[in-house]
Structures are given as structure tokens and as C-alpha cells.
Design a protein around this ligand. Structure first.
Ligand SMILES: *[C@@H]1O[C@H](CO)[C@@H](O)[C@H](O)[C@H]1NC(C)=O
Ligand SMILES: *[C@@H]1O[C@H](CO)[C@@H](O)[C@H](O)[C@H]1NC(C)=O
Ligand SMILES: *[C@@H]1O[C@H](CO)[C@@H](O)[C@H](O)[C@H]1NC(C)=O
Ligand SMILES: *[C@@H]1O[C@H](CO)[C@@H](O)[C@H](O)[C@H]1NC(C)=O
Ligand SMILES: *[C@@H]1O[C@H](CO)[C@@H](O)[C@H](O)[C@H]1NC(C)=O
Length: 316
């Protein structure tokens, strides 16, 4: 049995650090952005809940444009995206209702899209007939073809074999009802729970080519803003083990682990209360990959259709 081990009492709230400088790179007049992946060449892949088209933006362009990569059939919107082999991605496509934040039953699908050749090569790999929303996706470092997916309402982590299409429930527990983003790093599954408004992690091990979770869950931190709509969306974990979490309605929260086992959390950019934030409902974040300097650029997408660059290499 998996035990919920609450460490949040140990998480210390530090005085606010100086926030990092931000720059709005692109504003869509129509799309609500949901997730982001960075290609090896530095270009961004962006999903929107309002479109079955996978988009790309070159963040280095002086006047960034939103360009279509591929439009998937039988869907109205997209959620998670994860690169599980070089330039090969898993994506979620479904018929989404953005008001109720649910997908039509039977419409939730996981696709493979390979961008290794001139034209995208796509294949539908899985259908989840019982899912009302498949949200974030993550590769499992060191395990080829394996991708994990977060079923928000089911409180489920699905495991997809992106070579065979084999699909399995890897974890199901009320503790993760509300799961939004998930990322495997350093032998653990990190996840945000939008309902519980927490960042958690649980140890992950391999049993052959299947993931198993040994527990306990650790709560690394939670919402400190009193804004009624405040919650966590998707996030990324950097090489130092820090988590950068898109925080509704308008902020980016940085979680830092300490040698004594505690975590601190602080506002890294934007305004946790929303207000005049540079972010209109941030949904996901990913670091640049085009050289050392770009590696410090954190690209944040928002439900408000923005792409914002956060320069984490220099404090404001
Ligand atoms: C940037 O691109 C948009 C869309 O293509 C165009 O309308 C606009 O004029 C461009 N702005 C500049 C400064 O080039
Ligand atoms: C799209 O939906 C139609 C009607 O349900 C179905 O016949 C078709 O196979 C679907 N196409 C794909 C690629 O899933
Ligand atoms: C989304 O759900 C709401 C509430 O049930 C409904 O009024 C609306 O028509 C739905 N939108 C679509 C596009 O189905
Ligand atoms: C590992 O996999 C084997 C074979 O599928 C199964 O019998 C065993 O129970 C699994 N062990 C754990 C800890 O899940
Ligand atoms: C753990 O380390 C951090 C950073 O040095 C410090 O701020 C915090 O007070 C420590 N917490 C405990 C419980 O020792």
C-alpha cells in the first residue's frame, strides 16, 4: 500500500527572491496553449486545447510565427507532448470541451509523431475508452519506447509502449486524482495535482520493461497564493533537480531541494495573484536546447495563448 507522507510542513517559504526577467515572444489571438516540447534543434513544439494541430515556433526568430506541423484526425484539441526518442514524440489528441475541461468519452487517443524525416510520420498508438482527460506525458529516461500519461479524473498513471501500442494502468490511487503534469527524473515520478494544489513525487523502479511505484508519496510543496483559482499546472525539472511549475493564475513557482531533505518554494516570475502578470494562466514550461545560453531560457506557454521566455540565468 502506498502511504501519503506529508513533508509540506518542512517546506520552508523563503523571502521572495528577485524574479527572473521575462519576454513575450508570441501571442496567439485564437489558441489556448497547453503544452510544450523543445526539439533538439531548439525549435518549440506547442499543443493547444483549442486545436488538433501540433504547432511550432522558432523562439530565435526576430518575429516569431506559429506554424502548423501536423493536424490530427478526429480531435478538437491536444494535451501532453513528450519526446521519447530523438525527434519522436508522443502526443494526446481528443475531443475536448474547454469549458468543462473534459474530453468526450472514447475520443482520447495517443499518437506517435516522428519528425526525423522531411514530412511528419504519424501513427495512432492507443485509445483510452474510459478516460475523461489525458493530460501530461513523460518519457522514462533509459527505457526506450515507454511513455507515462496522467489521467486527471481517474487518478491514473498510464504506461504506453510506443512501439507496440500496449497500454497498461501503472498506478491508480485517490492520492493522484487531479494529476496534471508528470515527469520522471532521478528514479522518481514528479507530478502536480491540480485538485490538491501540490507538487509530489513517488519513487519509481523498473520491473523488466514495466514501471512500478514503491511509495511513499512525498508532498514537496503546495499553493501559497490565496487567489481562489490558484493551482499548479505542468512543470519541468532542471539538471539541478529544481522544479519550475506553471502556477495559475499568473506565476512560475520554483521548488528547490536542500541537502537536509527539505524543499523551499518561491515565486520565480509573474504574479501569483494574477493581477498584471506577464503570464495569462501559464500551463507548461520547458528549457531551451540550442546551446549553453539557450539552456537557461525557460519557455512558458499559457492558456492565454502566449509564449513567454524566462531568462533564468540572470536575476532582475
Ligand atoms: C510579424 O509577423 C506578423 C505575422 O506574420 C506580421 O503581421 C507583422 O507585421 C510582423 N512584424 C514585424 C515587425 O515584422
Ligand atoms: C475517425 O473517426 C471515424 C468515425 O468514427 C473512424 O471511422 C476513423 O477510423 C477515425 N480515424 C482515425 C484515424 O482514428
Ligand atoms: C461544453 O460543455 C458545456 C457545459 O456542459 C456545454 O454547454 C457546451 O455546449 C460544451 N461545448 C461543446 C463544444 O461541446
Ligand atoms: C514484476 O513482473 C513480474 C512478471 O510480470 C510479476 O510477476 C511481479 O509481480 C512484478 N513485481 C512487482 C514488484 O511488481
Ligand atoms: C534545511 O536547509 C535549508 C537550506 O539550507 C534551510 O533553509 C532549512 O532551514 C533547513 N531545514 C531544516 C529542517 O533543517
Amino acid at each position: 500500500m502506498l502511504l501519503l507522507h506529508i513533508l509540506s510542513l518542512l517546506a520552508t517559504a523563503l523571502p521572495a527572491l528577485a524574479t527572473f526577467p521575462t519576454k513575450l515572444l508570441y501571442q496567439s489571438p485564437t489558441e489556448f496553449f497547453e503544452n510544450i516540447a523543445v526539439r533538439p534543434n531548439g525549435k518549440l513544439l506547442i499543443t493547444a486545447v483549442t486545436s488538433p494541430t501540433l504547432f511550432t515556433i522558432d523562439p530565435a526568430a526576430s518575429n516569431a510565427t506559429l506554424d502548423a506541423v501536423y493536424t490530427f484526425p478526429n480531435g478538437t484539441g491536444m494535451n501532453g507532448i513528450a519526446e521519447y526518442a530523438p525527434n519522436v514524440y508522443a502526443v494526446v489528441v481528443s475531443k475536448l470541451n474547454d469549458t468543462t475541461r473534459t474530453a468526450e468519452l472514447g475520443s482520447v487517443t495517443v499518437w506517435r509523431i516522428a519528425l526525423t524525416t522531411r514530412h511528419p510520420v504519424v501513427k495512432r498508438m492507443a485509445v483510452l475508452p474510459d478516460s475523461k482527460l489525458l493530460n501530461g506525458l513523460s518519457p522514462v529516461p533509459g527505457v526506450p519506447h515507454l511513455v507515462l500519461g496522467a489521467d486527471t479524473y481517474g487518478g491514473i498513471v498510464y504506461e504506453f509502449n510506443m512501439r507496440t501500442g500496449a497500454t497498461r494502468i501503472a498506478l491508480q490511487t485517490p492520492v493522484i486524482i487531479g494529476i496534471n503534469g508528470l515527469h520522471v527524473r532521478h528514479g522518481a515520478l514528479y507530478l502536480t495535482n491540480s485538485l490538491a494544489k501540490t507538487l509530489m513525487r513517488v519513487p519509481l523502479t523498473m520491473n523488466g520493461s514495466a514501471v512500478t511505484f514503491s511509495g511513499p508519496f512525498e508532498v514537496l510543496g503546495g499553493i501559497q497564493s490565496t487567489a481562489p483559482v490558484a493551482s499548479f499546472d505542468d512543470f519541468t525539472v532542471d539538471t539541478a533537480g529544481r522544479a519550475w511549475v506553471a502556477t495559475l493564475p499568473g506565476a512560475l513557482t520554483l521548488f528547490t531541494p536542500h541537502a537536509n531533505g527539505t524543499w523551499s518554494q518561491e515565486n520565480a516570475a509573474g504574479d501569483p495573484a494574477g493581477g498584471k502578470s506577464v503570464f495569462a494562466q501559464p500551463t507548461s514550461a520547458a528549457f531551451g536546447r540550442k546551446g549553453k545560453k539557450d539552456g537557461r531560457n525557460l519557455y512558458v506557454v499559457t492558456h492565454g495563448g502566449q509564449l513567454v521566455r524566462v531568462d533564468t540565468g540572470c536575476e532582475e
